[in-house]
Design a protein around this ligand. Structure first.
Ligand code: BGC
Length: 695
């Protein structure tokens, strides 16, 4: 008769409430509360309460471990193989209290074991049934008005990747045997979530605040402090759906800046995940005739390139070649995160070891990938894809890729400059060791320096060109397409289905040039262009922003986020529209049906970071916190806490024309704050108040 689902973000608990009427008119209420334990990640529990409203009698309850699970959550993939679990074995303990199931993933051969206990209140006998790949408990519970029956199921899960175990099944059986009651599990779980929320505290009023906390909840579920113990990357769609088959892209660029200031240990683990796959990235570059590290656009377990070679246009039914693997800018995202992580955390040990190795090898890739153009005496990067995946070739050509994607080239120049900084910063003994190990010579460094100053950035009609020749492409009649199709986010599919190609038009899927305004503050961006020998004044950047605003279809949830961010930084009145679109990306499923295939983790984390760094202008550099608020009138009061260099719970609050920064009492060093050119030192236990009214 009814079905309601309630998600308690604060406690991390999902409740289902159902009401049934059978053919005899008898009513049964069912409430099910479930949790995946945030304190002990190997445990999950579920309490189901059955309430007979107007009858009494017996109910048969089945509580099972089901080995028939397939990956069939994405409709488009249903014809592809979604069967990933190898032969399933099941069993039961002699006293019937515990059933178990054991299997292994087919391709990766990860052994998985689960053990389950089921108990009822009032207590009843539990019988176990093993049928094929299912291991179940059966119980007959008595219910009557005012006398509900409660059934608790507790499950333990271990895999062969877990540390400190003997075998997964033995570990699962032992853990479930020692698991406490449901009440105790719930209490421990809620306490663990409470600790998480304190580290991620965010106070934004109204609807925006509610959505942001939902985003945080998803982020914390996917990348919790437990992640720091695992060899895992940032899955683009969280752990909540099967789109992209769990693949890791560049989306961590939108996730780590948030984690750096709350859970630096998680950031470090995610960067270590990339470091573990550095050898693979070196091999990929070598196979492609390059040097250094060529990180994959899409990857999974071992870090090999796993981007599909064909993709389906559901509109035309045609399978088309997919060249998105040419998005080598993913390497710059990793380098950027290495640098940002160090700036935020002060973890020099990481920067000097794993961080430096990645940064230097990515820089080496970029320097090697450039070709010198004697005509202009500039270096060029040809045959790549930028973040805008629409343009994968020049019109009417067979050769995939475009030349001199501005984002790729400017980011590469930044990577080269930071790699040179790192070589200079390293203690001499370490620098010598590293250079010897990776065979880096002064001649190569000189070339990096040269390339970092002479990379080509194309311009047309006074704006930065997305890539060389972008300005020569045809203009699209946006008005006509919107009128004809309504939603034109996936313009590429629309045009292909019409027998045309988006490659012919000045039309972008997502922020590409404007990504530069997301990564770099206006001052930094100006400096970068200066380094490259170009003058980028405010007016030129403003014109560039306007130019691409009119030519972007927002076919990725990352697009509106970046636009909101860039416009807020430029203090533009239309910033809020984009921020709002970014906020509702998943709650309103704006990409039309993609949310049920998995949440968009980059956009979710990015919106929270938009409040944290975007609206406060927060930068972590030169061992200080820099602020330069760019408040949105629509979101002018908010606060959050930060974890910065050993200070747990620095409070930041913007309200009533004031920015307040509170440093909690501790034995740590004072922090340095830079605000509009002036510097303050704030000792633990102090509160700094800064007026934010216009200068
Ligand atoms: C976007 C990429 C993104 C990927 C995974 C694509 O639609 O264009 O930028 O990395 O989704 O989220």
């Amino acid at each position: 008769m009814s079905h309601r689902r309630l998600l308690d973000l604060r406690r991390g608990v999902l409740t289902r409430r159902l009401r049934f009427r059978d053919r005899h008119g008898r009513h049964l209420g069912v409430e099910q509360v479930r949790l995946v334990h945030m304190g002990d990640p190997h445990l999950a529990a579920m309490r189901t309460t059955f309430t007979a409203e107007d009858w009494s009698g017996a109910l048969e309850v089945e509580s099972a471990l089901d080995g028939r699970i397939t990956n069939s959550g994405v409709e488009r993939y249903r014809d592809l193989n979604g069967h990933h679990l190898g032969p399933v074995r099941t069993g039961t303990l002699r006293d019937d209290t515990t059933v178990w199931l054991r299997c292994a993933t087919i391709a990766s051969d990860i052994r998985i074991a689960m053990a389950a206990r089921t108990a009822a209140e009032p207590p009843v006998a539990v019988a176990s049934h093993l049928t094929g790949p299912m291991a179940a408990h059966h119980l007959a519970v008595e219910v009557a008005p005012g006398r509900p029956a409660v059934v608790d199921k507790t499950v333990a899960l271990h895999t062969s990747r877990d540390s400190a175990i003997s075998d997964p099944l033995g570990a699962a059986l032992e853990r479930v045997a020692r698991a406490p009651t449901f009440e105790a599990l719930l209490a421990g779980h809620v306490a663990a979530w409470d600790h998480l929320w304190r580290r991620a505290s965010l106070d934004v009023p109204d609807e925006a605040g509610r959505i942001l906390r939902l985003h945080l909840f998803h982020l914390l579920q996917t990348l919790s402090p437990h992640t720091a113990e695992l060899d895992v990357g940032v899955p683009a769609r969280g752990l909540h759906g099967e789109a992209y088959r769990g693949h890791v892209f560049w989306d961590e660029l939108f996730v780590l800046p948030y984690l750096n200031l709350h859970f630096p240990e998680v950031s470090r683990a995610l960067l270590t995940y990339r470091h573990h796959r550095l050898t693979r990235a070196l091999a990929a570059a070598e196979d492609a005739g390059h040097v250094g590290a060529m990180y994959p656009w899409q990857s999974g377990s071992d870090g090999r390139e796993e981007t599909q070679e064909l993709h389906l246009n559901p509109r035309s039914g045609r399978w088309l070649p997919d060249h998105t693997r040419l998005q080598h800018h993913v390497g710059s995202a990793i380098a950027y995160n290495v640098w940002q992580y160090h700036q935020a955390s002060g973890d020099t040990e990481f920067l000097h070891t794993k961080g430096a190795e990645m940064l230097l090898q990515i820089a080496r890739f970029w320097a090697g990938a450039t070709v010198h153009d004697p005509g202009t005496d500039r270096y060029r990067i040809r045959g790549v894809l930028g973040p805008d995946e629409y343009h994968d070739a020049y019109p009417d050509t067979e050769e995939p890729g475009i030349d001199d994607n501005a984002y790729t080239n400017v980011a590469a120049a930044w990577v080269l400059a930071r790699a040179l900084d790192v070589v200079r910063m390293l203690p001499p003994a370490r620098a010598a060791q590293l250079c010897e190990r990776i065979e880096l010579h002064s001649g190569e460094l000189a070339r990096w320096e040269e390339v970092s100053r002479r990379l080509h950035v194309p311009f047309h009609r006074g704006v930065i060109s997305q890539f060389d020749g972008y300005g020569d492409l045809a203009e699209l009649d946006w008005h006509a397409y919107r009128a004809r199709y309504g939603d034109i986010r996936r313009l590429d599919r629309i045009l292909e289905a019409e027998g045309d190609s988006v490659n012919r038009y000045q039309a972008s899927k997502q922020a590409d040039v404007l990504m530069l305004g997301y990564l770099f503050s206006p001052a930094e961006l100006r400096g970068l262009f200066r380094q490259l020998g170009y003058d980028l004044d405010d007016e030129q950047w403003r014109d560039t922003v306007d130019y691409y605003l009119r030519r972007t279809s927002h076919g990725s949830t990352l697009s509106e986020l970046v636009h909101g961010w860039v416009l807020a930084r430029a203090r533009r009145a239309d910033a809020w529209t984009y921020c709002q679109d970014a906020l509702v990306g998943d709650v309103a499923d704006v990409q039309g049906g993609t949310t049920e295939e998995g949440i968009h983790l980059g956009a979710m984390a990015g919106t929270v970071d938009l409040v944290q760094r975007g609206l406060t202008g927060l930068e972590t550099r030169e061992d200080a916190l820099w602020f330069d608020p760019a408040p949105l009138p629509e979101l002018s009061e908010f606060g959050f806490t930060l974890h910065y260099r050993g200070h747990w719970g620095i409070t930041v609050r913007l309200s009533h024309g004031q920015l307040r920064i509170g440093v909690p009492s501790s034995a740590e060093e004072p922090i340095r704050v830079v605000f509009r050119g002036r510097e303050w030192t704030v000792p633990p236990g102090d509160l700094l108040r800064l007026p934010t009214a216009k200068r």
